[in-house]
Ligand binder design. Structure first.
Ligand code: ZN
Length: 163
């Protein structure tokens, strides 16, 4: 699948979450042949669930799959994946991770690459502005989602690049 099309599905999920009053991060797991295996969005606010992020929701909605289904698959996500979602992608040997943006938060991009995952950052303006808008509106909800008290750009202490 064309990466812009895959990201568009993830972004649709992010918008659904925003409209529900939730954290606007969405994801879609798409097989090598273009089949959408699962899609989902962050459910912290909607369900009071701290482990359903965009990527883990997409994995949950994809259900039980054999290892062969993840091979060659791409995880599209609107935001750079946190440590938990990075780990989930590595656990299932997902071949590619396509990221909408990593300017509001930088997660496991580097570690994914180190582990042999193809990482593509599309630097998408729509993903970034939706996330910035949410963080401005509900800073506490965002900090809570990544387990911090005050906003950080990276949990590894990496400084935010000037834009
Ligand atoms: Zn996550």
């Amino acid at each position: 699948m064309d990466d812009a099309k895959g990201l568009a599905i993830a972004f649709e999920e992010a918008k659904i979450s925003y409209d529900e009053g939730g954290i606007p991060i969405g994801a879609a797991l798409i097989a090598a042949d273009g089949t959408v295996l699962g899609r989902g969005h962050n459910m912290r606010m909607q369900l009071g669930n701290p482990i359903l992020h965009g990527e883990t929701s997409a994995l949950q909605n994809a259900g039980r799959l054999p290892a062969t289904s993840y091979k060659g698959a791409t995880m599209y996500t609107t935001l750079s994946p946190c440590d938990m979602c990075t780990g989930a992608c590595l656990l299932y040997d997902i071949s590619r991770v396509v990221i909408g943006e990593n300017k509001t938060f930088l997660g496991g991009d580097g570690y994914l690459k180190q582990r042999g995952v193809e990482v593509v950052v599309l630097d998408d303006e729509a993903c970034r502005s939706l996330m910035e808008k949410f963080i401005e509106e509900k800073p506490d909800a965002w900090n809570e989602d990544i387990g911090v008290e005050e906003r950080v750009y990276s949990k590894e202490g990496i400084k935010r690049p000037s834009s």
